[in-house]
Ligand binder design. Sequence first.
Ligand SMILES: [Zn+2]
Length: 217
Amino acid sequence: MCLLFRTPITVVHIDFLIFLCCHVVMTNTENLETPLALAADKDWLQGVRRVPSPNLDARVADTVIDSIVIHGISLPPKTYGGPYIEHLFTNQLDCNAHPYFLEISNHRVSAHVLIDRTGQITQFVPFSARARHAGVSVFQGRPDCNEYSIGIELEGCDDEAYEQRQYEILAKLVRILRQQWPAITPERIVGHSDIAPDRKTDPGPAFDWDYFFSLIG
Ligand SMILES: [Zn+2]
């Protein structure tokens, strides 16, 4: 009601803000409700933003993809929403943009997929290729997890709850990956900290594994 007493300029401004808010909600809802699927080549997700990373390697012929490694990442640490993860995975990180970037700007790393805080997915590496996400790692006595796994990054940090949207999109993604690569049993979905416990802590205690497993059934 108080809008009646505002100036026309203010009313227009409020209308514009309402438009922006609706647009943001629609964008997120659209992402949650759009069926996620692999493209025909099985290498990329259909309808998902692609930012090809040069940081990849060929898998050894006949390697069976049988694992998923879940990570948490934020750049700078505990800061969300910037372009820096994408810049890191495409070797464009400006080491002058933040002191922490000096330590990592020469890392030639990647993951197959990033799920940001809003649930938006970006794919960097085709699934048939090795992404460079696990580093020195061992799972059930077998080294080099990059060879046989898919790496999924969640934008986040170890001690801050991940977003509901991220769990929902992650669960959808894992379901379609398991349909394509059925050797990925729930027991073979692990955190980076599980396969490189001396070096890595992500996705951290903030990641609710019980809830995640309840979503993937
Ligand atoms: Zn990690």
